[in-house]
Design a protein around this ligand. Structure first.
Ligand SMILES: NC(=O)c1ccc[n+]([C@@H]2O[C@H](COP(=O)([O-])OP(=O)(O)OC[C@H]3O[C@@H](n4cnc5c(N)ncnc54)[C@H](O)[C@@H]3O)[C@@H](O)[C@H]2O)c1
Length: 446
């Protein structure tokens, strides 16, 4: 099939490349000229494991091309995918300006039947707005009778494993009332769903809602276990043991119940808030989701609170303290800093007067863009270098490289061996035996 994917961010670039990998001809379109120039040169603007090789192979084979000109992309493609950002608007609702701008552009360039597939995460009712925006442009061009279809096809890939998720999705959701469009979408996704993963066809509004419901459920699990962890801490119980105890219940399961510093990234925070706003606009108070969001905001502050309380207890003046931060990205295997808990931790520590020495295996450039170069913040190329003279270590992201460090070397480098483990990657009794002061999240120290 000939496809056009509009927006070459984490979703558009990965899905476009994976469609090409299955033999489709894909034109990727973006308004960001610098990004398109880099992609044409074979350079990937994001960090996503496995993407480089796939992209190079398909670009070389001529199945994957990049342009800033939508008319070029829409000329031959029957399916036009909208994969642009839907950031948080001022009131928490999804900002649809990019989606609607693309819809209008599509209305300005198409001259025959096209199927517009919405991959961006958009509130219920957006497909209708996209339809109106396209129709408005067609009317203005005197093409009132030109037919087109609008489909909802939300994306569920996870940054860090986006390529694998895209090639082997748990399910594909297709929102359409048109039987022929449903068949075409099934055909497109057949190579990805061969191992019996379902393509679920439903009405458009339910498809739009499915994406929000999925992210809201996952965010709820995270805020739930963080809440349990905070209660465990106060009662001398260990959330790790509790997790194992509850996960054995098949109605609960083990997945996504790891306590930490709260969820971040470009999806959960904004999608939970957008769903709250969508419900509010209909006069419904989404009380569970409000609490999920509130717990998450609070959780982001937990690590720096622990560190500053520790300084207070031990008589360490924060203004004379250095804190090493391991991990800046909102989760491992990505360079995405959007809503990363490390931003809150570092902000609190700097506000308290601390010096911060930060390390991340891949997200340092994104972190520089997010945090700038404030006084007292140093970015280190090496995680041990970050420990030099540190009075505490804050682990904000559970990168693999931090899981089994050289503890003796750490002890030698730190001015005071205190580890604040925001991701529970170390064993408390081992850390204490080695000579560290140790605090995790919701754990019982021996
Ligand atoms: N990132 C994820 O893990 C993920 C997962 C599932 C769904 N989503 C959803 O997918 C959508 C895209 O997310 P993302 O993380 O890929 O976004 P992103 O910010 O990484 O990329 C968006 C891209 O769209 C481009 N763009 C903006 N306006 C444009 C226009 N008018 N024409 C062409 N290109 C335009 C931007 O230049 C940018 O390259 C969002 O709705 C998001 O919620 C994201």
């Amino acid at each position: 099939m000939k496809l056009c994917v509009i927006g070459t961010g984490y979703v558009g670039l990965v899905t476009g490349t994976c469609f090409a990998e299955m033999g489709n001809d894909v034109v990727c379109v973006d308004i960001d000229e610098a990004k398109i120039a880099r992609l044409r040169a074979g350079e990937i603007p994001i960090y996503e494991p496995g993407l480089q090789e796939l992209l190079e192979r398909n670009a070389r084979a001529g199945r994957l091309t990049f342009t800033t000109d939508l008319s070029e992309g829409a000329a031959d493609a029957l399916l036009l995918f909208i994969a642009v950002g839907t950031p948080e608007g001022e009131d928490g609702s999804a900002d649809l300006q990019h989606v609607l701008a693309v819809a209008r552009s599509i209305g300005r360039v198409i001259d025959r039947f096209r199927i517009v597939v919405i991959k961006s995460t958009v509130p219920v009712g957006t497909a209708e707005r996209v339809r109106e925006a396209i129709q408005g442009e067609l009317d203005a061009r005197g093409l009132t009778d030109l037919e087109f279809d609008v489909v909802s096809n939300p994306e569920f890939l996870k940054e860090g494993s986006a390529v694998q998720d895209c090639l082997k999705p748990d399910r594909v959701i297709v929102g359409t009332d048109n039987v022929r469009t449903a068949e075409l979408m099934k055909e497109l996704y057949a190579p990805f769903t061969r191992t019996n993963h379902p393509t679920v066809v439903m009405d458009i509004r339910s498809a739009e809602m499915t994406k929000y419901a999925a992210n809201a459920m996952l965010a709820t699990k995270i805020s739930f276990i963080n809440e349990i962890a905070n209660i465990c801490e106060r009662l001398g119980a260990d959330v790790g043991a509790v997790r194992l105890g509850i996960g054995a219940d098949s109605r609960i399961g083990y997945a996504f119940l790891f306590p930490g510093l709260g969820y971040g990234g470009s999806c959960f925070p904004k999608d939970v808030k957008a769903l709250i706003q969508t419900a509010r606009a209909e006069g419904y108070d989404a009380a569970v989701l409000e609490a999920v969001d509130r717990v998450n905001q609070r959780q982001k502050a937990v690590l720096a609170d622990k560190i500053l309380a520790h300084f207070d207890r031990t008589g360490q003046d924060p203004a004379g303290a250095t804190v090493a931060v391991w991990g800046l990205a909102f989760k491992p295997n990505t360079d995405d800093m959007r809503e990363a808990p490390s931003l809150t931790t570092i902000g609190q520590l700097l506000d308290a007067g601390c010096r911060v020495r930060a390390h991340d295996p891949v997200a340092t450039d994104s972190a520089r863009r997010a945090l700038g170069e404030p006084d007292r913040l140093v970015y280190c190329d090496d995680n041990y270098d970050a420990l030099d003279g540190a009075h505490a270590l804050a682990v904000c992201t559970e990168w693999g490289a931090y899981r089994r460090p050289d503890f003796e070397r750490m002890l030698g480098l730190m001015a005071a061996p205190a580890v604040f483990d925001g991701r529970n990657i170390y064993e408390p009794d081992k850390m204490i035996r080695l000579g560290f002061r140790y605090q995790g999240i919701g754990r019982r120290n021996p």
